[in-house]
Ligand binder design. Sequence first.
Ligand SMILES: Cc1cc2nc3c(=O)[nH]c(=O)nc-3n(C[C@H](O)[C@H](O)[C@H](O)COP(=O)(O)OP(=O)(O)OC[C@H]3O[C@@H](n4cnc5c(N)ncnc54)[C@H](O)[C@@H]3O)c2cc1C
Length: 322
Amino acid sequence: MDKILEKLKQELPGVEGNVVLKNYTTYKIGGPAKYFFVVKTTEDLIKAIKAVKQFKLPYFILGGGSNLLISDKGFKGIVIKIDILGVELAGTKLIVGAGEKLAKLSYCAADVGLSGLEWSTGIPGAAIGGSIYGHAQGFGTKISSVVESVWALDSHNLKLKNYTNKECQFSLKNSIFKKNKKLIIVSAVLNFKKDDPEEIKKKIKEFLDYRRLHHPIKFPSPGSTFVNPEKKITNKKLLEKYPELKDFNEKGIIPAGYLIAKCGLTGKKIGNAQISEKHSNFISNVGGAKAKDVLALIKLAKEKVKKNFGILLELEVQLVGM
Ligand SMILES: Cc1cc2nc3c(=O)[nH]c(=O)nc-3n(C[C@H](O)[C@H](O)[C@H](O)COP(=O)(O)OP(=O)(O)OC[C@H]3O[C@@H](n4cnc5c(N)ncnc54)[C@H](O)[C@@H]3O)c2cc1C
């Protein structure tokens, strides 16, 4: 009998032990969480953090689970799943709970003629909290373009604070919430542009069609493995061998998938993990893949890209329990 679990149950009704995490991720990879608790309100979250302190437990904040690679051994602490819901319309703004899904919000916004999240349809599972944390973006639009402010709980002092867009410190796939893990997002105010609902829905359809055509959505994945580096390649030999690098240099960003493909790794398989043949920045779970297989492919891709292009790829997918 797990004594901590028994005590946790008194503090956090509904807390569970030994919950298999792969069922909570788009990757379908990951061992068990020692403890697992779903929070529906800010008060629940405060209770959970108080319990974390009382029992000195490591904790991990889970959103929609669409950007995670969780260890095969799982997580030896408490996973706190943010399921704080609610959408309130106020003029051109939506006030949303951190657990609300991006895709749902983009359709809600489209219905009332609000434009700004069309790019996010077709991302399975992503919630607003996780998307602000990692500064999600697509098709040239960043989530920061609609974020007016964010409410977050400071797990050290249990105080809530409102962060303006500027205070969120958004940068490439980064934010103050990623830099400062003690902050837990509970809600956000999103501000949109007015547009014709039919035009917005047309854009949504175009983005969805593009994703269906170009992304390997048939297999579980967490989307892109690496951040597209904001780098320029000046090496003359490389520019001669790969003339398209000049275009990337002009844009100031090189697709990580391009670099991986040029290293000859497209389709490379380790165990049941595979660098996608459709998009080389995706590592697909082609059936029962283990985290260790994915990690081996990540290592290989990083080594080859560094060797061939001198660029150190940065992980976009978040590693948990390792
Ligand atoms: C098929 C596919 C396509 C994708 N396409 C894109 C794309 O076009 N653009 C893009 O940017 N991403 C894309 N992604 C990646 C992913 O969907 C995004 O990164 C998403 O924003 C992650 O949100 P989440 O809620 O799933 O976060 P999770 O995966 O649950 O968590 C990610 C990180 O955020 C932290 N976190 C989660 N919630 C909170 C919170 N409330 N407070 C503080 N920290 C929190 C977690 O601790 C973790 O470190 C794609 C994924 C898939 C599977």
